[in-house]
Write a protein that binds this ligand. Structure first.
Ligand code: GLP
Length: 266
């Protein structure tokens, strides 16, 4: 796996957005098939969305030939709820770029048959030819998407119960009221993420330092689902200095050295 350590969250966003744009352009050079982009919610990717919007407005990138699949959605929260991941994505990204609404895919947490919704989602991903690049964040307990600790590392899209820790952490979006946070969510599986051709995980801030340490230096292990990145052929983690704060000095220096010689462009 690659680990790119940037100084600040803004630098992380710039690096991530530049990489995504480069990948979209690279695919467009050899095929007219759409670029298939997996996307997360959360506070971490907000700066990256802002940067992608800026690059779009500057004429650097178009999303007209991009199909998106979001990682997850709460179960039972109305789509129009301000904290639904539908609202998040339209407010923070889709409404500001030229993506075609019919190319946006987000799990429906209010579907009458949730298992069918998940199976159909996997089928839709497969129909597009698979995800070219899956961007994600990471929870404080190392979860990617909503694959909480001890999720199967080969899991596919399904309903997952959220841990009390995640419910507490996410209650900040619900006025601090734990009772308002949905208890389950639909989420792509670790296996779904690993099936993408490239995986790009972002981590910023000291609160993520433990997850980064386990993901980079720890064992490949279902307790820290971020560690699944270790077995992906094109797994990239971009973090800021604070999130790198629990790495051993030797690990930090190793990645600073190697990434300094091979900047992340392709
Ligand atoms: C939620 C999301 C994850 C996200 C995580 C961290 O649990 N399901 O996809 O990575 O929060 O969020 P934040 O970036 O706000 O720390």
């Amino acid at each position: 796996m690659r680990l790119v350590i940037e100084n600040t969250p803004k630098d992380v966003a710039r690096r991530a957005a530049a990489y995504i744009v480069a990948q979209i352009k690279a695919k467009a050079e050899y095929t007219s098939s759409p670029f298939v982009l997996g996307l997360p919610t959360g506070s971490t990717p907000l700066e990256t969305y802002k940067e992608l919007i800026r690059l779009h407005k500057a004429g650097e990138v178009s999303f007209r030939n991009v199909i998106t699949f979001n990682m997850d959605e709460y179960v039972g929260l109305p789509e129009e709820h301000p904290e639904s991941y539908h609202s998040f994505m339209w407010n923070n990204f889709f409404s500001h770029v030229d993506i075609k609404p019919e190319n946006v895919n987000i799990l429906n947490g209010n579907a009458p048959d949730l298992a069918k919704e998940c199976a159909d989602y996997e089928a839709r991903i497969a129909e597009t030819g698979g995800i070219d690049l899956f961007m994600g964040g990471v929870g404080e307990d190392g979860h990617i998407a909503f694959n909480e600790p001890f999720s199967s590392l080969s899991s596919r899209t399904r309903e997952k119960a959220l841990t009390q820790d995640t419910i507490i952490v996410n209650s900040r979006f619900f006025g601090g009221d734990i009772s308002l946070v949905p208890k389950t969510a639909l989420t792509v599986g670790v296996g779904t993420v690993l099936s993408a051709k490239r995986v790009l995980i972002l981590a910023t801030g000291a609160k993520k330092a433990r997850a980064v340490r386990h993901g980079v230096e720890g064992a490949y292990c279902h307790q820290w689902t971020i560690s699944a990145l270790q077995v992906h052929p094109n797994g990239i983690l971009i973090c800021d200095d604070d999130a790198a704060g629990e790495l051993r000095v030797a690990t930090y220096r190793y990645f600073k050295d190697i990434e300094g010689h091979n900047p992340l462009t392709k």
